[in-house]
Design a protein around this ligand. Structure first.
Ligand SMILES: NC(=O)C1=CN([C@@H]2O[C@H](COP(=O)(O)OP(=O)(O)OC[C@H]3O[C@@H](n4cnc5c(N)ncnc54)[C@H](OP(=O)(O)O)[C@@H]3O)[C@@H](O)[C@H]2O)C=CC1
Ligand SMILES: O=C1O[C@H](COP(=O)(O)O)[C@@H](O)[C@H](O)[C@H]1O
Length: 507
């Protein structure tokens, strides 16, 4: 890997502590950091290099998936970490930073390849990018890259404005937009699983698939982020980015051999072919929800509007479910249901593909014991792929018996999303980052929903914390004769197969 200087804005912040340092440490242990590597941490508060290194060490002890008592290993890892005070608004601080970087590049004999990681609020992105350009930090002989975290804008217009500003300092191929769902190991496998298994490739289309369900449920509420979350809601926080990225990764059709360019092209195609939603049609296709008080895992929790920092009159969405259609050769006519919510019954991110019933001969008696074939991708908290098939159960008088073929990834030693993404960014591989085209198309698709919510054209349905969301989300699927798979307790249909599934997945 090429020599790199990792310039971390927001080095004293929460994201750096919880995700970035542990990811870098794990990469170091796996020999996946460049041999010549220098890290410069930046923040407003005064810290010596030693105090900074001690803070990083603490974060590794607390948050890394790999625990270590090996002081030499840690010392070795931290030896190239330096800290410098920088106020984002002060131009002279960038000059000081340039000097420090150059000095370190010389000491460590590092080619001036610089990766600027902005682990700061999005309101600072434009200012930092402009100052990097103006100060000369980005005009050395090596490469430069900018890594930014979502949110990339608040709506279509602000996203365009942000992008225009960033592109004055960095070319598109130098910008790495992190969507951490793209770093999840199972999401990274979706492409390969579909592409390199002819048996799946052949049935990845509307003549075999009845519907697709993409769920990202969380049990947590708004946590300590009231100020942020009450302005964004589930639609901006999860749907516009993570959920649409999952949709793109699942539905793009790749040939056997592909590369990052092709992945981007195919993802863009998915978004271009997504049937647009008009503002007046949002109500028929999108369910807006907000949690009220309830119980999760036996613990009583307050409703959204009683959370600290949330106004009692807030109409913010903490749940969204939507029905989408991709108007292309492969997916035309297949409803794609997406939902995400806070304070749901369980934490689970999964994709379910429900296949069409094989017996289309209506004169033939339909056996109620037969279940649809399902292909289930569990993305988190555990990873697995399950294929549900029908078999015969001799003890049931020859009735059908659902069986599951399971593949479970051992959860030990699975790299975290940030490890995968930082590694890719260091290598200059953009495959699992959000390209501007996708981001813009995603905002454009979501904009009528934002407008409809803003103008209160869509009812806000309340759901008790600890449930599967508002009843209207079930009705959205029931209108097409479908239902959400694997929703706990409330399922009546095919319960035995789901019980089996649960029994297996909770072991
Ligand atoms: N925390 C998380 O889990 C996640 C965060 N994100 C995103 O990552 C970004 C950072 O979040 P997070 O770490 O939680 O934020 P924090 O508030 O914890 O940290 C902010 C960091 O920015 C620095 N900072 C703030 N203002 C200035 C300034 N004017 N000049 C220089 N440095 C400044 C702070 O330095 P100092 O304290 O020294 O002033 C601190 O290091 C945000 O965009 C957030 O949306 C995305 C996904 C998850
Ligand atoms: O980006 C975000 O994601 C988390 C959920 O991430 P996960 O990896 O735990 O599924 C969500 O809680 C947060 O609100 C959102 O900003």
């Amino acid at each position: 890997m090429e020599p790199t200087t990792f310039v971390l804005f927001g080095a004293t912040g929460d994201l750096a502590k919880r995700k970035i340092y542990p990811a870098l440490f794990n990469l170091f242990v796996d020999n996946k950091l460049p041999e010549s590597f220098s890290l410069i941490g930046l923040g407003r508060r005064e810290l010596s290099d030693e105090a900074f290194q001690a803070n990083v060490e603490q974060s590794i002890h607390t948050f890394s998936r790999r625990k270590t008592n090996n002081p030499d290993l840690l010392k070795n890892f931290l030896r190239t970490f330096r800290y410098s005070v920088l106020d984002i608004d002060r131009k002279e601080d960038y000059q000081k930073l340039l000097k420090l970087i150059e000095q370190r590049e010389e000491e460590l004999r590092i080619v001036p390849n610089r990766m600027f990681y902005l682990s700061v609020g999005p309101e600072y992105f434009e200012k930092i990018a402009a100052n990097i350009k103006e100060s000369g930090l980005g005009t050395a002989d090596g490469w430069k890259r900018l890594v930014i975290e979502k949110p990339f804008g608040h709506d279509l217009q602000s996203a365009r404005d942000l992008n225009e500003q960033l592109s004055k300092a960095f070319a598109e191929n130098e910008i790495y937009r992190i969507d951490h769902y793209l770093g999840k190991p199972m999401v990274q496998k979706l492409e390969v699983i579909q592409q390199s298994n002819p048996v799946l490739h052949a049935i990845w289309a509307n003549n075999y698939i009845a519907n697709v369900q993409i769920t990202a449920n969380e049990t947590v509420g708004v946590e300590e982020r009231a100020g942020y979350y009450d302005h964004v809601g589930a639609v901006r926080d999860m749907f516009q980015n993570h959920m649409l990225q999952l949709l793109m990764m699942l539905t793009m059709h790749l040939p056997n051999v592909s590369n990052s360019e092709l992945v981007r092209f195919k993802k863009k195609k998915v978004m271009e072919n997504l049937e647009p939603l008009l503002k007046q049609d949002v109500g028929a296709n999108v369910i807006r929800g907000q949690y009220k008080e309830g119980s999760i895992g036996g613990k009583q929790v307050v409703g959204y509007t009683s959370e600290p920092g949330i106004a009692s009159t807030s109409m913010n969405d903490t749940f969204i479910a939507a029905k989408l259609q991709i108007d292309d050769f492969f997916w035309r006519g297949v409803p794609i249901y997406i939902r995400t919510g806070k304070r749901m019954h369980e934490k689970s991110t999964r994709i379910v593909i429900e296949f069409k019933e094989p017996n289309t001969n209506l004169t033939q008696h339909h056996d109620e014991s037969q279940v649809p074939n399902l292909l289930v991708f569990e993305i988190s908290p555990n990873e697995s792929i399950t294929l549900q098939l029908n078999s015969k159960d001799p003890s049931k008088n020859g009735k059908y018996k659902p069986i599951q073929i399971d593949f479970h990834e051992s959860q030990e030693d699975v790299p975290e999303a940030y490890e995968n993404l930082i590694y890719d960014a260091l290598q200059g591989d953009p495959t699992f980052f959000a390209h501007w085209d996708e981001v813009e198309l995603a905002w454009a698709w979501v904009q009528p929903i934002l407008d409809a919510f803003q103008e209160n054209l869509v009812p806000l349905h309340h759901y008790a914390a600890g449930t599967n969301g508002p009843a209207e989300s079930d009705a959205l699927l029931a209108a097409n004769g479908h239902h959400w798979w694997f929703d706990s307790k409330i399922e009546q249909v095919n319960q035995s197969s789901e019980e089996k599934y649960f029994a297996h997945h909770t072991n």
